[in-house]
Ligand binder design. Structure first.
Ligand SMILES: *Cc1c(COP(=O)(O)O)cnc(C)c1O
Length: 385
């Protein structure tokens, strides 16, 4: 059953009841191998690195919600990034957003530069800067939108035109927006990447990655890489991610609502400096976000007025509902201090040039009662007034 409406696809997209028992949810097929009736005679499953029915169910769901034809599940978001990089050869060049998830940056620079891949990190709010880096060796353009943690917005459709004329693959890391808010394949992306660890799983109980494509040849190349290098997700995590996806649309609605409330609350608070939230009309990416997203997401970044690490640390350490932790996208609210946590691997000068100052706090706004979330932040900000 395929419906065009997201909420139905999130629950039913690509799914069928288990053929052997009618189980409504796919069983956790905790098996490495499958019986063959005679050599090479099997039911489509030979060995669980290559295919596993629980993973297949997740992959079918992912393809459906991202408007792709094929999807692949990986052991983590970074394993999915790694599979994309293996499409490249020494001498190839990648143009990437400069405001990149720290782990992706680390993989690009500390793993793949060594293998002769060249990366250009550029601000992507101005497409002419991307165009200026295109040459005959450009094979991939890498976008995050909104970015982490500065919530810069990239016009995916415009960049897809640059990628098309450069004959480069456009990869969009859609972790922050989720397919509920933004559907990059419709905007011209070749590959959509997810850290399923975040909103797709949604309950901070798994680590998983995914790639979704809409082209058979590209899918075949990525399947070959997935099977040859083996960084697949296991059946238990596939099951959990699939269960998470079934409530994605409902959770995202509440994440967006709560984030909007908190962004306005922070903006009017005297202990707060900058508030970065794409839903504000003064946010430089607001109009593009409005065009390509259904709502503005559940992430907010802000600085304490002094912009000192000490004050930021006091705030994140004293909040009680917002848990100080890496990661994002779960039902529970989390806070983070990018300069010392998620973005510590990015050199300080480069970090600050991108706005990630010592006083910056990142919030992943959960789906708790908004009144309690506001009270929690208010009590913490009082300490630095
Ligand atoms: C977390 C994250 C990743 C990496 O995913 P893991 O599942 O932690 O390996 C990649 N991109 C973004 C935007 C992320 O937030």
């Amino acid at each position: 059953m395929e419906s065009k409406h997201f909420g139905t696809r999130a629950i039913h997209g690509g799914q069928q009841h288990d053929p052997s028992t009618g189980a409504v949810m796919p069983p956790i097929y905790q098996t490495s191998t499958y019986a063959q009736s005679s050599p090479g005679e099997h039911k489509g499953y030979e060995y669980s690195r290559t295919q596993n029915p629980t993973r297949s169910a997740l992959e079918a769901s992912l393809a459906s919600i991202e408007n792709g034809s094929h999807a692949m599940g990986f052991g983590s978001g970074l394993a999915a990034v790694d599979a994309c990089m293996k499409l490249l050869s020494p001498g190839d060049e990648v143009i990437s957003t400069n405001d990149l998830y720290g782990g992706t940056y680390r993989q690009f620079v500390h793993i793949y530069e060594k293998y002769g891949i060249k990366f250009h990190f550029v601000p992507m709010s101005d497409e002419s800067v991307i165009e200026s880096k295109v040459n005959s060796r450009t094979k991939m353009i890498w976008i995050e939108s909104p970015t982490n943690p500065m919530l810069n917005v990239v016009d995916i459709e415009k960049v897809s035109k640059i990628a098309l004329s450069a004959k480069a693959l456009l990869v969009v890391d859609n972790t922050f927006a989720t397919p509920y808010l933004q559907q990059p394949i419709k905007l011209g992306a070749d590959i959509v990447l997810h850290s399923g660890t975040k909103y797709l799983g949604g309950h901070s109980d798994l680590v998983l990655g995914a790639l979704i494509v809409s082209d058979k040849d590209l899918a075949d190349r990525l399947y070959f890489i997935q099977n040859s290098t083996g960084a697949v997700c296991g059946p238990m995590d596939s099951f959990l991610a699939l269960r998470g996806i079934k409530t994605l649309h409902i959770r995202m609605e509440r994440h967006c609502y709560n984030a909007k409330e908190i962004a306005h609350f922070l903006k009017s608070h005297p202990a707060v400096g900058r508030v970065v939230y794409p839903g504000f009309t003064e946010h430089p990416g607001h109009l593009v976000a409005k065009k390509q997203m259904r709502d503005f997401g559940g992430m907010i970044s802000f600085t304490v007025k002094s912009d000192l690490a000490e004050d930021a640390s006091k705030v994140v350490s004293s909040m009680k509902i917002f848990t100080l932790a890496e990661s994002l996208g779960g039902v529970e609210s989390l806070s983070g201090h990018p300069a010392s946590m998620t973005h510590a691997s990015i050199p300080k000068d480069q970090r600050e040039a991108n706005g990630i100052t010592d006083g910056l706090i990142r919030l992943s706004v959960g789906i708790e009662d908004i009144r309690d979330l506001k009270a929690d932040i208010e009590a913490a900000l009082l300490l630095i007034l």
